[in-house]
Design a protein around this ligand. Sequence first.
Ligand code: NAG
Ligand code: NAG
Ligand code: NAG
Ligand code: NAG
Ligand code: NAG
Ligand code: NAG
Length: 935
Amino acid sequence: MWKTGLGIFLVIIISVNGLQKRSIDLIAAHSLISQERLPHDTSPSGYHVFLQPFPRDGYFEGKVKINVTIQHKTHEIVLHVHPDLMVLHCNITQLMPSDEELKRANLTDPFERDFPPVPVIVESAEKVRSKPLYNIVLGTTVNSGALLEVQLQFTGKLFNDTSEGLFRSSYMDPMTKETKWFVSTYMRPNMARSVFPCYDEPAFKVPFVFTIARHKNMSVVTNMPLESTKPHEELKDWYWDTFQKTPVMATFSVGIVISEFSNITLNIQGPKEIPVTIWARPDFITALTNVSEKIANSLIVLQDFWKVPYPLPKLDVFALPNYQATRPADSWGVLLFKESELCVRGSWQITNEMVYQWLGALATPFWWSDAHINNALVRYVAAYTTLKFDSDTLNNWPMTILYSIYYEFSKRYPYGKSTVIKQDSTSAKTELIFRMLNYTIGESTFILGMQRFILDRQFKTFFGDDIWLSLTEQARFDDKLPQPITINEIAASWITKDRLPVVTVIRNYEQKTANLTQRVYLRERPHDVPDQEKFLWWIPIVMINQDDLTHNFKLNSTPVIWMQREREILLKNLPDKESFIIINPEEIGPFPVNYDSENWNMLSRYLCSDQRTRIPVYTRAKLLHDAWNLAYAGDLNFGTALNMTLFLKNERDYQAWDPVFTLIDHIGRHIDSSAAHKKFQAYVKMLLTPLYEELGDEPKEGESYGITHLRGSSKVFLCQSGYEPCIKEAQNAYKIWMDSPDPDEGNPVSNQYICPVFKWGTMKEWEFGLERVIKFPASRIPSERTYLLKTLAGCPNDEKKVDRLLNITILEQNGNFTDNDIYLIFSMLTGSANGYTSLFNFLRKNWDLIKIRFEEKPHLWNTMVTSATMMFKTQEGLDMVSELYVERQSEFGTADFVIEKALKNIKEETKWSNENLPVIEAWLDRYMIDNGVTV
Ligand SMILES: *[C@@H]1O[C@H](CO)[C@@H](O)[C@H](O)[C@H]1NC(C)=O
Ligand SMILES: *[C@@H]1O[C@H](CO)[C@@H](O)[C@H](O)[C@H]1NC(C)=O
Ligand SMILES: *[C@@H]1O[C@H](CO)[C@@H](O)[C@H](O)[C@H]1NC(C)=O
Ligand SMILES: *[C@@H]1O[C@H](CO)[C@@H](O)[C@H](O)[C@H]1NC(C)=O
Ligand SMILES: *[C@@H]1O[C@H](CO)[C@@H](O)[C@H](O)[C@H]1NC(C)=O
Ligand SMILES: *[C@@H]1O[C@H](CO)[C@@H](O)[C@H](O)[C@H]1NC(C)=O
């Protein structure tokens, strides 16, 4: 989950409500896409892996027998071996003759005659320098069709500070106070090679047999059930456990856990009975009693979705202490979670890993370039599944991710330089494309298409195109897609671009038609993205017309027409001029829609009527969200957009409210240097106060997750706009800290109170916070200090506080602040007009001294000039920055380019402000008068 620009306030909301985290496992995959591949002269057809880990001593020994089939005549076998794995010995036996040897013996079938195994001479076997490869050169050339058994002995260290490869960790036994060790695996995406030599690419799917040594007190779990146990030949009290042969699978699906954990088993009924075993430390297992139920729920939905039973005979689920990986390990039949992740309220995480059991393990992406689609489809199916039995905790899916990608893809430079954001946005977008397809071809066709896909690709690999192809075939079969159109074409037009479209609908009320145009959606100004005219999408036009909104209205999500990469189309047979239309209801496609003002006005009037709820809730949210964002982008009159908020007075559905907070934040920041800002805050208070008072201070018994979330957000935003009771509450809580005898020992104030106190509270309260940062003991968690520093800089409403902070850190060079602290302060100051204006004034006043301070630190200087100038948005700001530029023209040094860019941006923003601020202010004035309020 990336930040949506709410900055510090969003951070608070997240920590209050525990928004679900989305996993990002594409980063690793991304660097693998271009990685060198193994030669295809040989390929594996089976592994027998023997492992003997010594957890206490931190190492393991092992042996692997790999059945290797010769595909093309060769005298070389190349395997993956991680640099940390030491191979001790290698020998090779030929088990089956080659095609040519068969021919020579006048046979077609090797089983007609007994071929005794023959040793193959190994001329050399060694690691390839600076590559994770192991190269075996044979004494002779071997012909195609031959089956070799390559046997390798090896040893390696158990990883102990990361959870990857074969790793160990420990916990304290609650009864005996002994340290208990356990060993586990995390092979994704390519760590199997650090555990045993192998063909470590997803396309080599073959069966595995595991034989694992363990002490008698421990138990071993692998992908398959136990087959046999025999005593160890050499070690007393040790045993060898051998497991049933797995179906064909990729190396990254291998999963092994050796532990003394406790377990609970539940047999889940279905097409066949599946024993599901939950494992955890003995004193943690009781926290997991409802996990089996969540698994049972998702298993039932998923088996029905795929119409393919859960593919393995059992499932084991672990809560691992000290588990470090950023996402759960979804080995086939063995799921590993952080303890904290497994006992959360929702089921999305578990369901997501369950979906991987089919999509990833049963059908496997051919290469990492296909993993992206795999991931997105897993996320969609996980959401579909969770909605079936636990929609409350799904947290407004998919709106949260949808809004984020709206903001991200409409920036001038999407994702900045961050590949993490790029990959997560791309994955989220693809997930939404699956949702769009589900709506437009219909749910039953979509599901049948998925079943067609899994049936075709199970126990095999797939390419991204295989998914689109199955959907196309099913849609054709069900008559949901006209002949020449393919799903592939539709999907590609969305997936290959880092942009989203906006559709503008201009109605001709006389002729009952509408002109629809598509173009790139840009929110940040200037809208000077190159090559805009080249971007075109396949856009489904789903429509509600006002006359459809009867008492028992049901949305028809079949498009009335597709914009087939056409810039412009004409929609005919529209209702007459008394009725509005809504395009793209329920955010079926990820694109905003603009209308002519007459249609907007009809919508706003209807939303204020008591028939409002006939418009489905996500559609109400969308109309509001689109209107505000289009106004923000400069594409819609702000008066029209503000009219769209009027219905909130009566709206109590949290899903309709969800986008409002981000909007308040975005717009609030944008206008906070203007006279309109105070009125805007007053308006926000008028909007939120009745809502908050109705919700009450405390959660009610059995209320939904969404309501809790709504209460939290309303409170944060009310506090931010200066709601008295909230400020009082915050100051009272803060006073406890100020009165405590040793305030540096720890912070007793909940984070939600800190920003309101620094913003609305006294200088004395703020100074107390500053002192805590200065005296922060090294023994405490550094992130607490960072939080305080961020709020000290980012929250204040008055210049004095900011000035004081800058004086201490820059002019006085207080030794308790590092350069990184100063960067952090600069970045926080850009978040509000008070912040950057104070910074600007400080820079102007202390110019000469600051230049000396930063003489050796050009990067800090540049950042300071950027933060102090770039954010202004009004004529007044433009004048201030221009004056400074003239005053100091030759003195900017390395920051010369910054100031020119800043002036260009401010001019652009000033244009927006000149056009929009008077409109906003006039609207707010009118509203206040109509409601008898004075500010
Ligand atoms: C390797 O091939 C031989 C001969 O076909 C077979 O008996 C053995 O089970 C195979 N081993 C594995 C691990 O697949
Ligand atoms: C190959 O190596 C294994 C173990 O290293 C050994 O048991 C086996 O006898 C060897 N086979 C040959 C043919 O040398
Ligand atoms: C191989 O079989 C063919 C007919 O099946 C026979 O004509 C030929 O003589 C055989 N060759 C040898 C070397 O046995
Ligand atoms: C982890 O391994 C490293 C290197 O092998 C070792 O220096 C360190 O002491 C180990 N840490 C623990 C907690 O065992
Ligand atoms: C669960 O734990 C019990 C007691 O330690 C053990 O007998 C049993 O085999 C374990 N279950 C599984 C599925 O391994
Ligand atoms: C799929 O589309 C149908 C309409 O065809 C809709 O009712 C359903 O909610 C959609 N499912 C998801 C998960 O969005």
